[in-house]
Ligand binder design. Sequence first.
Ligand code: AMP
Ligand code: MG
Length: 391
Amino acid sequence: MVSVEEGIRLVKINLPNSTYERIYLSTALNKVLSQDVISKINMPPFHQSSMDGYAVNFSDEIKSYKLVGEIAAGGSASEFDLRQGEAVRIFTGAKVPKGTNTVIQQEIVHRKEKTISFTEPVQVGKNIRLKGEQTIIGQIAMNKGDRITPAAIGFLAGLGITEVDVFKKPTLSIIATGDELVKPGDPLPEGKIYESNAIMLDAAIKQSGYECIKSITVEDTYGATKSAIENLLSSSDVILISGGISVGDYDFVGDALKEIGVKEIFYKVKQKPGKPLFFGSYNDKLVFALPGNPAAALSCFYIYVLTALEIISRKSDGLEIAQLKLIEGYSKKGGRAQFLKAKIEGDRVRVLEGQSSSMLHTFSESNGLVYVPENSTALEAGNIVSVYKLP
Ligand code: AMP
Ligand code: MG
């Protein structure tokens, strides 16, 4: 049995090396660059008008300008080379022609047929986005380690980039064990319950941007448990097993893992909920056997599994921890550390009802888990506590 701190530390130091892949930019949201992105073009690629107005070869002495043509966005400017006293009609995004020293917004232009003059003082060098002002050809546009946000996708697409090198996200699969489990939607015979961990864990995986490629339910037999684990070990990077890891007569997960040769890194954590948590590895695959109790399974996912996923894919170190003031006191019983379903309200946090490891009702309303360390007993209103912020 390990402490929470030791368990988290053991997860962090027993992860496989991160791997890379080249993927389409359109599928790269939320991934992390494994290579710098070098710009192959200048951005903007040419001096560009930032206004609807007039590109002018301006001089203080000249008060009225001759219009010699028009350039719309996307149009060519090569036929123009403005001399002093000349101007072209121009629109936002259009290439500014040679000879332009300023663009005048149309709001301050007085136009009479092919002649324009200005109703306000004019400054040279205005309203032009300079070629390469965002990025220059050959320069680093984004750095290794940067997260690909929607803005980053837009920025890189604007540079004409279609593929990026990113850290691979681990793939997951889920095995829910239990003879008592019935698929939601089916009739519920006596003594049975609806299976809810697999769909919940799948949702938690998706919520953080990962993928569960296979999810199965198996009966409580040694054979079924072992062959399910063996099968999924070959097809995914991380296996989550729900239930069957306690000490009951029908808990076969521990024996099956041992027989298959999954190396135990820890089994059992001094925490509530989620004491019977197993973490192990098999070559470069990870196995988390989560307690069957739903709230325990989900807490363990957020605290241990997500930490592993985030570090492997270089996204973060796991959930953000905030230091917040307790709204109401809480008295902890027993010697285990606790993760309490809680609601963050501004800079304060409220511990919710229904803390049992089997209960999801208040978990569904919570946006944080208050961490109460092993050695702490009574917490009073106003005490500062560590809160894991849920995604
Ligand atoms: P176990 O860890 O297998 O002893 O299960 C502990 C408790 O969690 C029992 O009450 C189980 O019925 C319940 N449980 C186990 N697996 C699931 C599941 N997939 N969905 C809902 N409840 C479950
Ligand atoms: Mg069970």
